[in-house]
Design a protein around this ligand. Structure first.
Ligand code: PLP
Length: 395
């Protein structure tokens, strides 16, 4: 089976696994312990924190380890709103965010918070899915306590103009959180350059293990204070209690280091695979339509509008689930992995203005580090055959 679902998760890179293994066995200490076992683990966590901070332009104390991006998003959103109530009860985000942002916001809306979800550019635009920073400027009010905008979308790969959005927030004195889960390892991600106050990411999207992630929390200009959501032993400067996942943290650091060191080459490789896949699919299925921003759309040379590994395609007159059943040797997604559990058309595709049937006829492809051009050729053949088969069944 060919795996083209790297937005859902990635395999652990063997180099990451090698770095992690000793911390399950001989170096098993609890970093909170005073003895040499604890010290060894503590040193590994300190080094990992340094590596991760350096990779994103942060200082080590600004990194809080969590169980993944879902927890990081929850900690950012709930943590800030619980502390900043005095400023007001208004939150701003975007319709195309991941459920790990939208659900916490929805729960706050059930209490006494007001949530504004911004619209994005529609399907027929070359910037489909893109958030105009002017919308952020218009939405923010005196009572706004947090803006949350993802850097790159997990379904259509659109990359948001975070620095411009941050400038609007800064001017109005509002904190900005960013879910950078899909972007880290695929774009240069620097918290100073983007000027974000909080940023979530996770290891398993960048060839690290599942169940470990981090939240960047700005430590100066301004100092961002969070109400902890998991309390106990006071770990992570009392921002997130619980014995640290040492092997996972070492894995996250190794994964981020590898991704940062090889970023230019990796982006070129992923772009080549993705563009080849698109070309093969569009020539084999002439009425297939690209969903999301144009593959080569850019705001400037340095700012591509789409993740290098993302492709989302509509196959009119088919059903994504049926297509997937017709090609069991190819692992892709119809809509987001999370929303396919609910059997609802993807909220991201609906936000572009697609109908429910159109949204259901889309497939999401995510190429990765260990894919080959031969696999891409075979995958495109499988897709073309599946489309023909599903259409024939529908006649
Ligand atoms: N945010 C985005 C944009 C994602 O794509 C994902 C992955 O599903 C998450 C958050 C959740 O990450 P995790 O699985 O680490 O909780």
């Amino acid at each position: 089976t060919i795996y083209l679902d790297h937005h859902a998760t990635t395999p652990v890179d063997p180099r990451v696994l090698d770095a992690m293994l000793p911390f399950f066995t001989e170096k098993f200490g609890n970093p909170g312990s005073v003895h040499t076992f604890g010290e060894e683990a503590r040193e590994a966590v300190d080094a990992a924190r340094q590596t991760i901070a350096a990779a994103i332009g942060a200082d080590a104390p600004e990194i809080v380890f969590t169980s993944g991006a879902t927890e990081s998003n929850n900690l950012a959103i709930r943590g800030v709103t619980e502390r900043r109530r005095r400023r007001g009860n208004h939150l701003v985000s975007v319709r195309t965010e991941h459920p790990a942002v939208l659900d916490p916001l929805e729960r706050l809306a059930e209490q006494d918070f007001k949530v504004t979800l911004l619209e994005v550019e529609p399907h027929d635009s070359p910037r489909a899915g893109w958030l105009d920073p002017a919308h952020v400027a218009d939405a923010v009010r005196d009572e706004t306590c947090l803006v949350s905008v993802m850097l790159a979308n997990n379904e259509i790969g659109v990359v948001q103009p975070l620095a411009e959005i941050a400038a609007e927030c800064k001017e109005r004195g509002v904190l900005l959180h960013c879910d950078a889960t899909q972007a880290v390892g695929k774009l240069p991600v620097n918290v100073e350059q983007f000027d974000v106050d909080l940023m979530s990411f996770t290891a398993h999207k960048l060839y690290g293990p599942k169940g470990v992630g981090a939240l960047y929390v700005r430590g100066r200009n301004p100092v961002v204070r969070l109400a902890p959501q998991i309390t106990g032993g006071g770990h992570e400067q009392a921002r997130r209690s619980g014995t640290l996942n040492v092997p996972g943290i070492v894995g996250l650091a190794t994964a981020i280091q590898l991704a940062t060191d090889d970023l230019t080459a990796e982006v070129a490789f992923l772009t080549q695979l993705r563009d080849h896949l698109a070309q093969q699919i569009f020539s084999a299925v002439p009425d297939a339509r690209l969903v999301g921003p144009a593959l080569d759309a850019r705001l400037s040379y340095a700012s591509p509008l789409r993740l290098p590994n993302n492709l989302n395609v509509m196959f009119p007159g088919t059903d994504g689930e049926a297509l997937m059943l017709a090609m069991p040797e190819l692992a892709v997604s119809s809509g987001a992995a999370c929303s396919s559990m609910r059997d609802e058309p993807s909220h991201v595709l609906m936000a572009l203005g697609l109908s429910a049937d159109e949204a259901r006829s889309c497939l999401r492809f995510g190429v990765g580090r260990f894919n080959t051009l031969e696999q891409i050729d075979r995958a495109a053949e499988m897709v073309a055959a599946a489309v023909a088969k599903v259409r024939q069944m529908g006649e």
